[in-house]
Design a protein around this ligand. Sequence first.
Ligand code: MV4
Length: 454
Amino acid sequence: MIRKLLITNRGEIAVRIIRACREMGIETVAIFSEADRDSLHTQLADEAICIGPGPSEDSYLNMESIMSATMISGADAIHPGFGFLSENARFAEFCEKCGVTFVGPSSQVIRRAGDKQAARNTMAAAGVPVIPGTDKAILDVKSGKAEANRIGYPVIIKAALGGGGKGMRIARSAEEFSLAFQTAKREAETAFGDGKMYIERFIERPRHIEVQILADSKGNVIHLGERDCSIQRNHQKMIEEAPSAAITEKLRKQLGDAAVRAAKAVGYVNAGTIEFLLDKSGKFYFMEMNTRIQVEHPVTEWVTGLDIVKEQIRIASGLELNLTQKDVVIHGHAIECRINAENPEKRFRPSPGTITALHLPGGQGIRVDTAIYDGYTIPVYYDSMLAKLIVHGDSRDEAIAKMQSALGEVIIEGIDTNIDYLFEIMREPDYLDNNIDIEFLNDHVIAGVNVNDI
Ligand code: MV4
């Protein structure tokens, strides 16, 4: 069993992991940058080690400093949280070579999931539905165009090593192909140092549906149902829910089976997420595999009653899952809103600064995951998420009513936040009617703002 765990992260997810360890009797080591001396994770962990200056490259991304801190502290395991080094195969490999347990899948699985083109082929071979597209890397316009003609327009051109929308372009016709391909390829070369591209049929207005899986080192794989993460801006999710109101029990079983097959096909161990697109006709397709704990994991925790971070630590300790698929029952409906330090009226410009007054909601069916406190100064170096407000009700309508009530109670003074914007989404008739897809924020004016105008 893991005795002492070092958390290579900050903010609410570091706090979330510290809390799980405390319950499990595992000692915790925080690492912090010079900008995070007063941060909550630094104060809550049993020990805290400064690993460098504020900028992420000098601290939370500095593998050598982090591994030195790990050795000095005597930690036997590392939890990477999300972002930063969490999906860096080289870092996982560094841990393996240093004899430190990485709480996540092996470096080999992370590397295989990172090549989206290769992952697509693995999934197709395992019988997981993939979007019609190419099975070999495309490097030039000529062969790309031939493939696009075969697939049929519109197509989407994606970087093999991409993700999060970088190195991605849509071509609606053969006329648009050449420019779209070259732009996407150049962007991929700059961002990932690799110009391998693949092409898929472009799915119009899908939902983003992802399935949480748990896989132990004994070969047991289960799924914890799906999350609907369609409400997003610029590939940043804003609101997530579980279960998806678009999915029937029959479809849930098909998605879950596909996700379990996907995990088994790559020899997955630990918690992971299989992302799918669900088209308007109800067909779903594999998109990507995420090898980290995700920001939105609490909605799944609430409808299943499980603690996914504890499960990650148990799995990394070599323990067998203590539940089977039939033990997983989905109860009620959970919604998460991401509260960010940003101003929606000023192109969602980040708003770091000092919190001068704070009131967070509570009560039955309300959970707040955060690392902010009254008087806390948000550093300029990191992302703008301040808190996750998660609610649970018997039904989607009840969860929405709770979210409206909880958002209405929040007081955060001294900085700008997106709370009013989130509140308005919770009153938008199409949101209430479950008329949502990945274009939702493009299609609506929310609190006087339409994201297309940005
Ligand atoms: C797609 C797609 C439509 N058709 N692939 C966005 C980032 C990367 N993970 C893949 N993405 C997409 N792939 C096909 N064949 C639409 C998107 C997409 C998207 C997907 C999920 C959530 C939000 C999105 C926003 C824009 C585009």
